[in-house]
Design a protein around this ligand. Structure first.
Ligand SMILES: [Zn+2]
Length: 328
């Protein structure tokens, strides 16, 4: 009897799913760190130093692995334990304030990866998504208004600016590179020359790393991955040659400038198509990260791995680590 009961119990136990996929990894997405946010809309993806310090305190209790270890499958194979998750830390875009992140992560002894848009490195000009946001949220158009998307937008008040930015932003993200460049040129032409450079001085969190910074970070063990050359989004309108240039050009820039291999990438804005995956594979990438929320399972879909956008608050961060999702 006892033996039968034990057998049944063992069977039931065997059929009970583990609380989480054992080899699932929590890949965290960050962008930049600031003391305080000057503009919550523009810096919506940023964390404060205090928030990041508290994240690092929590992460000490978990197992943080590098992208190399993830690519090599060197992640724990045992059952998931709520108090000890496997985590990968990533930063997107390549902001100069990532240098502070580098110091903090080095002091904590934690590996991490930075995904950079190589065309913006060392140029003093932000990636185009931020240029658009800065011009519309803070720029001073010569006439006081901007003609954009077939409409004349006043930029007098903060409400005006947010209305304009929120209305046109999504449309820009659907454009192919050539159309997007023409639209950005048209917009920039409505401001004084040097407006973007002036705005970066006022809002220094938008400034980008230099190649010297990246070289130093790379030498200290930080993984430098691709985030495209010009942060072009992999939307359905994007021609094949643009996708290829973005994926290959950025990889070649990193290899040439830093003398390291580059086998990992984060799709700009997290957008990707089936063609992105084919090209990334063909060019030699081994891992690619999206911004789809959820757990990354390192034995499948290595070229479309989900990530968790790190919540700012300590309680949100703990909850996201536990649940494997930033969704509440
Ligand atoms: Zn980005």
């Amino acid at each position: 009897m006892n033996s039968l009961r034990t057998q049944i119990a063992a069977r039931v136990h065997a059929r009970t799913p583990l609380p989480r996929t054992p080899r699932a990894v929590r890949v965290l997405t960050y962008h930049g760190l600031v003391e305080t946010k000057l503009d919550p809309r523009l810096e919506r993806n940023f964390h404060t130093f205090d928030q990041f310090r508290s994240h690092l305190r929590i992460l000490r209790r978990h197992r943080v692995v590098s992208v190399d270890e993830l690519e090599a499958g060197e992640v724990p194979s045992g059952p998931w334990h709520p108090g000890r998750s496997t985590v990968v830390i990533t930063f997107d875009d390549g902001y100069s304030n990532n240098l502070e992140a580098a110091s903090m992560l080095e002091a904590a002894g934690l590996p991490w990866a930075v995904f950079v848009s190589t065309g913006a490195i060392g140029t003093g000009v932000p990636i185009w998504t931020n240029t658009l946001a800065m011009l519309l949220l803070h720029g001073r158009p010569r006439s006081g208004t901007v003609d954009l998307a077939g409409k004349c937008w006043p930029l007098a008040s903060r409400e005006d600016r947010l209305a304009c930015f929120n209305s046109v932003r999504g449309g820009f993200k659907t454009l192919a590179r050539a159309t997007r460049l023409a639209a950005m040129d048209d917009l920039a032409g409505q401001f004084d020359d040097g407006e973007v450079e002036r705005l970066v001085v006022d809002i220094p969190s938008m400034s980008m790393l230099s190649w010297e910074d990246l070289d130093e970070m790379s030498r200290s063990g930080v993984t430098v991955g691709s985030h495209g050359v010009h942060h072009e989004l992999h939307n359905p309108a994007q021609p094949d040659d643009v996708l290829r240039d973005e994926l290959k050009g950025s990889r070649d820039d990193i290899v040439r400038r830093l003398q390291v291999r580059c086998t990992t990438l984060a799709y700009p804005n997290g957008d990707y198509t089936s063609r992105s995956i084919e090209l990334a594979d063909e060019i030699g990438y081994r891992t690619a990260f999206t911004t789809e929320d959820g757990l990354a399972t390192p034995d499948r879909r290595m070229l479309a791995l989900p990530r968790i956008s790190a919540p700012g608050t300590e309680s949100g961060f703990i909850r996201a680590l536990l649940a494997g999702t930033a969704a509440r």
